[in-house]
Design a protein around this ligand. Structure first.
Ligand code: NAP
Length: 213
Protein backbone atom coordinates (compact mmCIF):
# COMPACT_ATOMS: atom_id res chain seq x y z
CA UNK A 1 0.00 0.00 0.00
CA UNK A 2 1.05 3.62 -0.48
CA UNK A 3 0.78 4.92 3.09
CA UNK A 4 0.77 8.52 4.29
CA UNK A 5 2.36 8.40 7.77
CA UNK A 6 1.32 11.44 9.81
CA UNK A 7 3.70 12.04 12.71
CA UNK A 8 6.53 10.15 10.99
CA UNK A 9 9.20 11.88 13.10
CA UNK A 10 7.59 11.11 16.46
CA UNK A 11 8.44 8.41 19.00
CA UNK A 12 5.97 5.94 17.47
CA UNK A 13 6.19 7.22 13.87
CA UNK A 14 9.98 6.86 13.70
CA UNK A 15 9.71 3.18 14.71
CA UNK A 16 6.66 2.54 12.51
CA UNK A 17 7.94 4.07 9.25
CA UNK A 18 10.87 1.67 8.67
CA UNK A 19 8.80 -1.32 9.83
CA UNK A 20 5.97 -0.48 7.38
CA UNK A 21 8.57 -0.17 4.59
CA UNK A 22 10.10 -3.51 5.63
CA UNK A 23 6.62 -5.08 5.39
CA UNK A 24 6.35 -3.92 1.76
CA UNK A 25 4.46 -0.63 2.16
CA UNK A 26 5.55 2.54 0.40
CA UNK A 27 5.62 5.25 3.11
CA UNK A 28 5.40 9.03 2.74
CA UNK A 29 6.22 10.71 6.05
CA UNK A 30 4.39 13.88 7.13
CA UNK A 31 5.53 16.05 10.04
CA UNK A 32 4.30 19.21 11.76
CA UNK A 33 3.98 22.04 9.22
CA UNK A 34 4.04 19.70 6.19
CA UNK A 35 1.07 19.80 3.80
CA UNK A 36 -1.24 16.78 4.07
CA UNK A 37 -1.66 15.59 0.46
CA UNK A 38 -3.88 12.48 0.34
CA UNK A 39 -3.72 12.12 -3.47
CA UNK A 40 -1.82 9.09 -4.79
CA UNK A 41 -2.05 7.14 -1.52
CA UNK A 42 -4.10 4.12 -0.41
CA UNK A 43 -4.27 4.78 3.34
CA UNK A 44 -3.15 7.16 6.07
CA UNK A 45 -1.77 6.30 9.51
CA UNK A 46 -1.86 9.01 12.20
CA UNK A 47 0.33 9.04 15.34
CA UNK A 48 0.49 12.80 16.00
CA UNK A 49 -1.02 14.90 18.79
CA UNK A 50 -4.53 15.37 20.22
CA UNK A 51 -4.70 18.79 18.49
CA UNK A 52 -3.42 17.67 15.09
CA UNK A 53 -5.21 14.38 14.65
CA UNK A 54 -8.75 15.52 13.85
CA UNK A 55 -7.86 18.08 11.13
CA UNK A 56 -5.29 15.63 9.68
CA UNK A 57 -7.76 12.77 9.46
CA UNK A 58 -10.61 15.00 8.19
CA UNK A 59 -8.29 16.14 5.38
CA UNK A 60 -7.36 12.55 4.47
CA UNK A 61 -10.99 11.37 4.55
CA UNK A 62 -12.07 14.32 2.38
CA UNK A 63 -9.48 13.11 -0.13
CA UNK A 64 -11.04 9.62 -0.08
CA UNK A 65 -8.25 8.04 1.98
CA UNK A 66 -9.05 5.34 4.55
CA UNK A 67 -7.32 6.01 7.88
CA UNK A 68 -5.74 4.10 10.77
CA UNK A 69 -5.61 6.31 13.86
CA UNK A 70 -3.42 5.62 16.89
CA UNK A 71 -3.35 9.14 18.31
CA UNK A 72 -5.21 9.30 21.60
CA UNK A 73 -7.20 12.17 23.11
CA UNK A 74 -10.14 12.07 20.66
CA UNK A 75 -13.45 12.47 22.53
CA UNK A 76 -16.85 11.01 21.58
CA UNK A 77 -17.74 14.12 19.53
CA UNK A 78 -14.49 13.83 17.55
CA UNK A 79 -15.10 10.14 16.90
CA UNK A 80 -18.69 10.75 15.80
CA UNK A 81 -17.58 13.53 13.44
CA UNK A 82 -14.78 11.43 11.94
CA UNK A 83 -17.17 8.49 11.49
CA UNK A 84 -19.65 10.74 9.65
CA UNK A 85 -16.91 12.13 7.39
CA UNK A 86 -15.70 8.60 6.63
CA UNK A 87 -19.24 7.45 5.77
CA UNK A 88 -19.67 10.48 3.49
CA UNK A 89 -16.39 9.63 1.76
CA UNK A 90 -17.29 5.91 1.53
CA UNK A 91 -14.11 4.80 3.33
CA UNK A 92 -13.18 3.37 6.73
CA UNK A 93 -11.61 5.18 9.67
CA UNK A 94 -10.14 2.73 12.16
CA UNK A 95 -9.28 4.07 15.63
CA UNK A 96 -7.58 2.00 18.34
CA UNK A 97 -6.63 3.32 21.78
CA UNK A 98 -3.96 0.60 21.92
CA UNK A 99 -2.30 -1.29 19.08
CA UNK A 100 -0.40 -3.67 21.39
CA UNK A 101 -1.95 -7.15 21.25
CA UNK A 102 -1.10 -7.84 24.91
CA UNK A 103 -2.94 -4.71 26.00
CA UNK A 104 -6.06 -5.77 24.11
CA UNK A 105 -5.89 -9.15 25.85
CA UNK A 106 -5.43 -7.36 29.21
CA UNK A 107 -8.70 -5.48 28.54
CA UNK A 108 -10.47 -8.69 27.53
CA UNK A 109 -9.28 -10.52 30.68
CA UNK A 110 -10.24 -7.51 32.83
CA UNK A 111 -13.78 -7.57 31.42
CA UNK A 112 -14.02 -11.26 32.32
CA UNK A 113 -12.66 -10.69 35.85
CA UNK A 114 -15.10 -7.80 36.47
CA UNK A 115 -18.05 -10.16 36.01
CA UNK A 116 -16.94 -11.96 39.20
CA UNK A 117 -14.97 -9.26 41.08
CA UNK A 118 -16.76 -5.92 40.53
CA UNK A 119 -14.58 -3.72 42.84
CA UNK A 120 -11.84 -2.51 40.50
CA UNK A 121 -9.40 0.36 40.09
CA UNK A 122 -7.00 1.12 37.23
CA UNK A 123 -3.43 2.42 37.51
CA UNK A 124 -1.97 3.60 34.20
CA UNK A 125 1.69 4.60 34.00
CA UNK A 126 3.28 6.43 31.03
CA UNK A 127 6.36 8.42 30.01
CA UNK A 128 6.33 12.01 31.24
CA UNK A 129 5.74 13.53 27.77
CA UNK A 130 2.38 11.84 27.21
CA UNK A 131 -0.05 14.72 26.62
CA UNK A 132 -3.42 13.19 27.52
CA UNK A 133 -4.50 11.85 30.89
CA UNK A 134 -6.03 9.43 31.73
CA UNK A 135 -4.82 7.29 28.84
CA UNK A 136 -7.17 6.15 26.07
CA UNK A 137 -6.52 2.55 27.08
CA UNK A 138 -7.50 3.22 30.71
CA UNK A 139 -10.73 4.92 29.64
CA UNK A 140 -11.55 2.06 27.24
CA UNK A 141 -10.84 -0.50 30.00
CA UNK A 142 -13.07 1.40 32.45
CA UNK A 143 -15.90 1.44 29.90
CA UNK A 144 -15.51 -2.31 29.37
CA UNK A 145 -15.62 -3.25 33.05
CA UNK A 146 -18.51 -1.02 34.20
CA UNK A 147 -17.73 2.61 33.43
CA UNK A 148 -17.48 3.94 36.97
CA UNK A 149 -13.95 2.80 37.80
CA UNK A 150 -11.36 5.12 39.42
CA UNK A 151 -8.30 5.68 37.20
CA UNK A 152 -4.92 6.74 38.63
CA UNK A 153 -2.43 8.25 36.17
CA UNK A 154 1.35 8.25 36.69
CA UNK A 155 3.70 10.24 34.41
CA UNK A 156 7.40 9.60 35.05
CA UNK A 157 10.65 9.40 33.07
CA UNK A 158 11.76 5.84 32.34
CA UNK A 159 8.25 4.55 31.68
CA UNK A 160 6.85 3.64 28.23
CA UNK A 161 3.20 2.49 28.61
CA UNK A 162 1.98 0.27 31.43
CA UNK A 163 -1.37 -0.53 33.02
CA UNK A 164 -2.60 -2.49 36.01
CA UNK A 165 -6.21 -3.38 36.64
CA UNK A 166 -6.69 -4.29 40.31
CA UNK A 167 -9.68 -6.28 41.49
CA UNK A 168 -10.23 -6.38 45.25
CA UNK A 169 -12.29 -9.00 47.04
CA UNK A 170 -12.55 -10.27 50.60
CA UNK A 171 -9.05 -11.47 51.49
CA UNK A 172 -7.73 -11.36 47.92
CA UNK A 173 -6.39 -9.11 45.21
CA UNK A 174 -6.26 -9.94 41.50
CA UNK A 175 -3.89 -7.82 39.39
CA UNK A 176 -3.92 -7.92 35.59
CA UNK A 177 -0.93 -6.04 34.21
CA UNK A 178 0.44 -5.21 30.77
CA UNK A 179 3.78 -3.55 30.02
CA UNK A 180 4.72 -2.02 26.70
CA UNK A 181 8.52 -2.20 26.81
CA UNK A 182 9.23 -0.57 23.45
CA UNK A 183 7.24 1.02 20.64
CA UNK A 184 7.86 -2.09 18.52
CA UNK A 185 4.82 -3.42 20.40
CA UNK A 186 2.48 -1.28 18.25
CA UNK A 187 3.82 -2.42 14.85
CA UNK A 188 1.93 -5.75 14.37
CA UNK A 189 -1.38 -4.10 15.33
CA UNK A 190 -0.92 -1.28 12.81
CA UNK A 191 0.07 -3.78 10.08
CA UNK A 192 -3.04 -5.84 10.87
CA UNK A 193 -5.27 -2.74 10.75
CA UNK A 194 -3.81 -1.71 7.37
CA UNK A 195 -4.37 -5.22 6.08
CA UNK A 196 -8.04 -5.23 7.20
CA UNK A 197 -8.79 -1.61 6.25
CA UNK A 198 -10.17 -2.40 2.77
CA UNK A 199 -12.60 -4.95 4.26
CA UNK A 200 -14.05 -2.60 6.92
CA UNK A 201 -17.40 -0.88 6.30
CA UNK A 202 -17.38 2.85 5.48
CA UNK A 203 -17.44 4.86 8.73
CA UNK A 204 -15.90 4.35 12.16
CA UNK A 205 -14.50 1.10 13.59
CA UNK A 206 -12.98 1.27 17.10
CA UNK A 207 -10.56 -1.10 18.78
CA UNK A 208 -8.03 -3.70 17.67
CA UNK A 209 -10.39 -6.41 18.98
CA UNK A 210 -12.71 -5.56 16.06
CA UNK A 211 -10.10 -6.84 13.56
CA UNK A 212 -8.44 -9.54 15.70
CA UNK A 213 -11.07 -12.21 15.20
P1 NAP B 1 5.39 12.25 19.72
O1 NAP B 1 6.73 11.64 19.91
O2 NAP B 1 5.10 13.59 20.34
O3 NAP B 1 5.13 12.33 18.15
C1 NAP B 1 4.13 13.10 17.55
C2 NAP B 1 4.66 13.55 16.21
O4 NAP B 1 3.62 14.21 15.49
C3 NAP B 1 5.83 14.55 16.34
O5 NAP B 1 6.86 14.17 15.43
C4 NAP B 1 5.16 15.87 15.91
O6 NAP B 1 6.07 16.77 15.32
C5 NAP B 1 4.18 15.36 14.89
N1 NAP B 1 3.13 16.34 14.58
C6 NAP B 1 2.61 17.32 15.35
N2 NAP B 1 1.65 17.97 14.69
C7 NAP B 1 1.57 17.39 13.48
C8 NAP B 1 0.75 17.62 12.32
N3 NAP B 1 -0.17 18.60 12.31
N4 NAP B 1 0.91 16.81 11.24
C9 NAP B 1 1.84 15.83 11.24
N5 NAP B 1 2.65 15.57 12.29
C10 NAP B 1 2.50 16.34 13.39
O7 NAP B 1 4.24 11.28 20.25
P2 NAP B 1 4.20 9.68 20.22
O8 NAP B 1 4.67 9.14 21.50
O9 NAP B 1 4.80 9.19 18.94
O10 NAP B 1 2.61 9.43 20.19
C11 NAP B 1 1.80 9.99 19.18
C12 NAP B 1 0.35 9.77 19.55
O11 NAP B 1 0.07 8.37 19.50
C13 NAP B 1 -0.05 10.23 20.96
O12 NAP B 1 -1.37 10.71 20.94
C14 NAP B 1 0.03 8.96 21.77
O13 NAP B 1 -0.79 8.99 22.93
C15 NAP B 1 -0.48 7.97 20.75
N6 NAP B 1 -0.08 6.59 20.95
C16 NAP B 1 -1.01 5.66 20.67
C17 NAP B 1 -0.69 4.33 20.76
C18 NAP B 1 -1.73 3.30 20.39
O14 NAP B 1 -1.43 2.10 20.48
N7 NAP B 1 -2.92 3.72 19.97
C19 NAP B 1 0.59 3.94 21.15
C20 NAP B 1 1.53 4.93 21.43
C21 NAP B 1 1.19 6.26 21.31
P3 NAP B 1 6.90 17.80 16.29
O15 NAP B 1 7.90 16.94 16.99
O16 NAP B 1 7.48 18.76 15.32
O17 NAP B 1 5.91 18.40 17.24
Amino acid sequence: MKVLLLGAGGKVGSVLGPRLEAAGHDVTGVGRGDAVEPGGHDAAVDFTTPEAVRPNVERCLAGGLACVVGTTGLDDNDLEALGASARDAGVAVFVAPNFALGAVLMMRFAAEAARHMPRAEIVELHHETKLDSPSGTAKATARLISGDVPIHSVRLPGLVAHQEVLFGGDGQLLTIRHDTLSREAFVPGVLLALDRLPTLPPGLTVGLEAVLG
